[in-house]
Ligand binder design. Structure first.
Ligand code: SF4
Length: 267
């Protein structure tokens, strides 16, 4: 975890499309706003590689390259192309990505071949009933599922995906958005299920009220602390997340231009 605060990282926003709709997510292009799911622009492959080259020249401590959106990285072919090119040109950089996990099981081998070392999976529920309050729809193989059916498929694929990555030696971290009154009882259960499948770390993030949850309140610090304590029985907790943008760059906490920092955030 120490590398988070000593090594620079860059997020390349090459993945605009998403295959689910979380009720708390607004994806948009914005140069100033500091929230997850937000990027100043979507980069094509060449722009992303040029951006990386420039960052590499100006920041000798650059060690980590991540793809975190602004949509779901695994749903966008650009992710795989860009990862492959980075692996060939910068074999020493650590490649990471963050995802909602719907496609993880299907692409686990491809990620391993692309040299991905760490994947963050956002899991907000293990009960489909609760999941149906968080996800509007889930689209898989051309079919769009709503309600508990969509949530059930997503949860099943997320947990299988964690297992498949761990089998291949990829480090898996879990992000969970704490939504008061909706999923607090799920938090220790997510930690337990993820831990059983070999995940290494959990990052519980407070809800940012927007989109379908815009009238909802944020969790209090006490609620956040209680959730982390409950989950810690099963998985070590990351307690310093600042919910970075999809195009953050620099050493977390010391970015030029005020980019928010720290743990990859997708969901
Ligand atoms: Fe998709 Fe991530 Fe937004 Fe959820 S939070 S809708 S997974 S981009």
């Amino acid at each position: 975890m120490k590398a988070h605060f000593t090594a620079a990282r860059i997020h390349l926003p090459v993945a605009p499309r998403c295959n689910i709709q979380c009720r708390y997510c607004v994806r948009k292009i914005d140069k100033c706003e500091q929230k997850p799911g937000i990027a100043a622009c979507i980069m094509d492959d060449e722009m992303a590689l040029k951006r990386l080259e420039a960052e590499f020249k100006s920041s000798p401590s650059l060690k980590v390259v991540g793809i975190a959106g602004p949509g779901d990285p695994l749903e966008n072919e650009a992710t795989y192309r860009v990862l492959g090119r980075i692996k060939d040109s910068y074999p020493d950089l650590i490649l990471c990505l963050s995802t909602n996990g719907l496609l993880l099981e299907d692409v686990a081998e491809r990620l391993k071949d692309s040299g991905v070392r760490t994947v963050t999976v956002t899991i907000n529920a293990v009960d489909p009933e609760v999941g149906s309050k968080i996800y509007d729809w889930v689209r898989y193989k051309g079919e769009t599922l709503e309600g508990t059916k969509g949530a059930e498929l997503l949860i099943k694929k997320q947990l299988r995906g964690v297992e498949e990555l761990v089998k291949r030696g990829i480090v898996v971290r879990i992000n969970t958005v704490l939504i008061p009154g909706v999923n607090e009882d799920q938090i220790p259960r997510i930690a337990e299920e993820a831990s059983k499948r070999g995940a290494s770390l959990m990052n519980i993030i407070p809800l940012i009220p927007q989109h379908g949850f815009k009238e909802h309140r944020r969790p209090t610090c006490k609620e956040l602390e209680e959730a982390r304590n409950a989950a810690e029985k099963y998985l070590p907790q990351f307690r310093l997340c600042r919910q970075c943008r999809a195009d953050a760059a620099g050493i977390p906490g010391r970015e030029k231009g005020g980019g928010a920092a720290s743990e990859y955030f997708h969901g």
